[in-house]
Each structure stands twice: as structure tokens, then as C-alpha cells.
Design a protein around this ligand. Structure first.
Ligand code: FES
Length: 259
């Protein structure tokens, strides 16, 4: 078989494998974990997450994948994809990657062991198993987390954490509104927001003239962090703002809609 035919065969096999993964294992969530400890650093509070590998037998096998929900990345609940990868090729035993693509936030598929490529479920951007960008509209690497693994029983990774009970909450006037993703968005967007004390909260979508065109949330809310997905498919292409009002404070984030 010619080299070209061989490449095509392997490529098609790769596509088939991706199809099987997406059908039989549609980004299955295996667990939720809380940070083991919180550490202050100049940028804020780092959450240190610790996995006991024997609790995740899939990670004992090369290319094994688990998806885990962690309570906050700068306030928003999110999922990370942990993959066992060959150290000889990539210099580390595991990769820990944010589940959402850097293009428009769609979830990534598990790594394809045959092609050693991660593909985005949205528009097909591709990345290597450590999240390094290869091709497609994403144009940048996936978001990854610092990992510590000494070959033992535990794997540790870290990311920035917003805990309403920490000093960071004081510095942020007891509430926060994260960036929105994807941004620009097409048919949906996700806002991470939260407050440290239960109280009334308004989150509104505003147009360029300052008119509220939709209430995303209005009413009493328990303290904590939230991840809110809302539909933008009916909005015209253009610029909008998300305004969060809590007590006497307001925060505003720009949102671009592009269909
Ligand atoms: S969201 Fe990943 S390529 Fe578009």
C-alpha cells in the first residue's frame, strides 16, 4: 500500500475511533473533587487537587481518560480531562486539560490513541495530548494545569480557585462575575458568577444602548459559585453586555454574538 493510501487509511481509522468514542463515551463525568488545600500566591488563591490513582483505574492504562468536575476555576464549576500519556513522547505521565475548547468553548473529545490527537467536538480543531494546538479555528493551545506526579499513588494538579470564604472574596467586594465563554458566542454562552453572602442578585443582558433585553437571573441567591448557560441563538450578531448587580455594586462584562 502506498504511503498516501496508508495515511488515508489511518486517518479514516482515526475518524472512526473518534466516532466510537463520541457515541459510546460521550464525555462521561466520573467524579467531582474538592481542593485538597488552598494556597495564596500573587495572582490569588490556588486550589490544589489531589487524585488517588487507585480510585481511577482507567488512568492505569495508557491513554486512559477520566473527566472530573472541580468546583471552581476563578469561580465557575468546570470539568477537567485527565489523560494518561506516554512520558517518553511528551515528558509527563498525565495531562490535565480544561474540557472546553479555546475556540468557542465546545467540549473536547478524548484523545484518539491511534492518531494521538484530541479533537474538538465543535468545529474540529485538533491538539496533541498535552493540549498543544495543531490545526483548526481554535488557533491556540487548550488550557492546561500544572501537574505534580512522582510515580507514586497520587497525582496533584492546581488551578486558581475562588473560595467565597477566603481573603480573595473580600478583595472582590464579596462577589464576582467571570469572563463569559465562548466569547464571541453563537447559540449559547456560559457565565461564571458567585457571591459570598446569600442576598438578592440581578444578572441582566444589556444592549449597546443600555437597555435590558433579558433578565438572566433576578432574586435571592444562596452564597456560592454558579455556572449559568443561556441561549443566544435568537440574538442578532453584535455586541452586548452582561451586568451583575449585587448590593450597591455593579460589574459588567462585554459579550460578542456572532452567527
Ligand atoms: S469550539 Fe472547538 S473548534 Fe470551535
Amino acid at each position: 500500500m502506498s504511503e498516501k493510501a496508508n495515511y488515508r487509511r489511518n486517518f479514516l481509522k482515526g475518524l472512526l475511533a473518534i466516532g466510537v468514542i463520541s457515541t459510546t463515551c460521550p464525555r462521561k463525568l466520573l467524579a467531582k473533587i474538592e481542593p485538597e488545600k488552598l494556597v495564596s500566591d500573587p495572582k490569588g488563591i490556588l486550589g490544589i487537587y489531589k487524585l488517588k490513582l487507585s480510585d481511577y483505574p482507567k488512568l492505569a492504562t495508557m491513554w486512559g481518560v477520566v473527566r472530573i468536575e472541580i468546583p471552581t476555576i476563578e469561580g465557575a464549576k468546570t470539568r477537567v480531562v485527565i489523560t494518561r500519556i506516554p512520558k517518553d513522547s511528551y515528558g509527563v505521565d498525565f495531562s490535565v486539560i480544561l474540557e472546553n475548547c479555546t475556540h468557542q468553548g465546545r467540549p473536547i473529545y478524548d484523545v484518539n490513541p491511534e492518531t494521538e490527537i484530541i479533537e474538538c467536538s465543535g468545529h474540529g480543531s485538533t491538539f496533541d495530548p498535552t493540549g498543544t494546538y495543531i490545526a483548526g479555528p481554535a488557533n491556540k493551545d487548550l488550557e492546561t494545569y500544572k501537574i505534580t506526579y512522582d510515580g507514586g499513588e497520587y497525582l496533584e494538579f492546581e488551578c486558581y480557585f475562588f473560595d467565597p470564604k477566603t481573603d480573595v472574596s473580600e478583595q472582590n467586594s464579596k462577589y464576582f462575575l467571570n469572563d463569559i465563554y465562548p466569547n464571541p458566542c453563537d447559540d449559547f454562552a456560559v457565565i461564571g458568577y458567585g457571591i459570598s453572602e446569600s442576598n438578592h442578585l440581578d444578572v441582566d443582558l444589556i444592549d449597546l444602548n443600555g437597555f435590558i433585553i433579558r433578565s438572566i437571573h433576578s432574586g435571592f441567591i444562596e452564597s456560592g459559585s454558579y455556572n449559568l448557560r443561556f441561549n443566544t441563538s435568537q440574538l442578532n450578531t453584535g455586541t452586548y453586555f452582561v451586568k451583575m448587580k449585587y448590593l450597591n455594586n455593579e460589574k459588567i462584562v462585554k459579550l460578542l454574538v456572532a452567527h
